[in-house]
Ligand binder design. Structure first.
Ligand SMILES: *Cc1c(COP(=O)(O)O)cnc(C)c1O
Length: 248
């Protein structure tokens, strides 16, 4: 590490502390709720590639981005600095039709699939040599107007249709619940995640067995609410600011 600029060594120490603290909080939340320990998806949007490299060196392997062009720069930069890396890139933002080709070509996962047309485009545009794109269906679990995500009552039908697309692998559900006041109770925070868990179980039970086996992901919980999400059985928490600090 001696060749690194001091500020990078400082960042490494800070990131390591943050990661250890979050891992501890995650383990405690999982133990308290008798749930399995979820996977950490490190949300690197707006953060420089140097931080992605540090996170990778600390063992993080899944990275989440919301903006396609920003992500593509980091995807190529990591490829250059760590050839043959084992990282997976997750697109977690809303998916516009004109971005599906780049997402299908450059990402490993897409969490924001919320309508069939987008899913069909992603499947058609996924390079045949790449293997399936892993997808989650985003649910508008708080029923907010103008929010991405499919309505809960439409999720089962969409899941069936997505599961049939040849170049996608349906992995589960994702949500971003409505923001709550800082003094909201733990129960109020838990409610949308419990609803997600119920929907997830319902869909998994209805899918044909071959698809049900791969339907294993509940992508929910962010820096401010991951403990509530873990209580409801999140399998993948998407953590940005608690790891990397506030975004500019
Ligand atoms: C930004 C973002 C996150 C991470 O948010 P933090 O509060 O910084 O942890 C997670 N999921 C999605 C969809 C995001 O856009």
């Amino acid at each position: 590490m001696s060749t690194l600029h001091p500020s990078i060594t400082d960042s490494r120490a800070v990131l390591q502390q943050n990661l250890e603290r979050i891992q501890e909080q995650i383990s405690c939340a999982a133990m308290r709720a008798h749930q399995s320990i979820p996977h950490i998806l490190a949300v690197t949007k707006t953060q420089p590639v140097a931080l992605v490299e540090l996170a990778y060196s600390l063992g993080l392997r899944d990275f989440g981005e919301n903006y396609v062009s920003e992500a593509l720069e980091k995807i190529s930069a990591l490829q250059l600095s760590v050839p043959n890396h084992q990282a997976a890139w997750h697109f977690i933002g809303p998916i516009q039709s004109n971005k599906t080709r780049l997402i299908a070509m450059h990402f490993d996962w897409a969490h924001g699939v919320d309508r069939l047309k987008i899913a069909q485009r992603l499947s058609e545009q996924r390079g045949a040599d790449l293997g399936c794109l892993q997808v989650c269906i985003q649910i508008n679990i708080s029923g907010e107007a103008n929010k991405s995500g499919c309505a809960p009552q439409e999720a089962l039908a969409l899941a069936f249709e997505v599961s049939l697309l040849p170049h996608l692998q349906l992995r589960g559900l994702m949500c971003v619940p409505a923001a709550l006041d800082a003094d909201a109770s733990f129960e109020a925070r838990r409610a949308p995640f419990d609803a997600m868990r119920g929907l997830f179980e319902q869909i998994r039970a209805a899918l044909p067995q071959a698809h049900a086996a791969a339907f294993d992901t509940l992508s929910m919980g962010m820096s401010g609410d991951f403990e509530a999400a873990i209580g409801a059985g999140s399998t993948m928490v998407r953590i940005g600011s608690a790891l990397f600090g506030a975004r500019a």
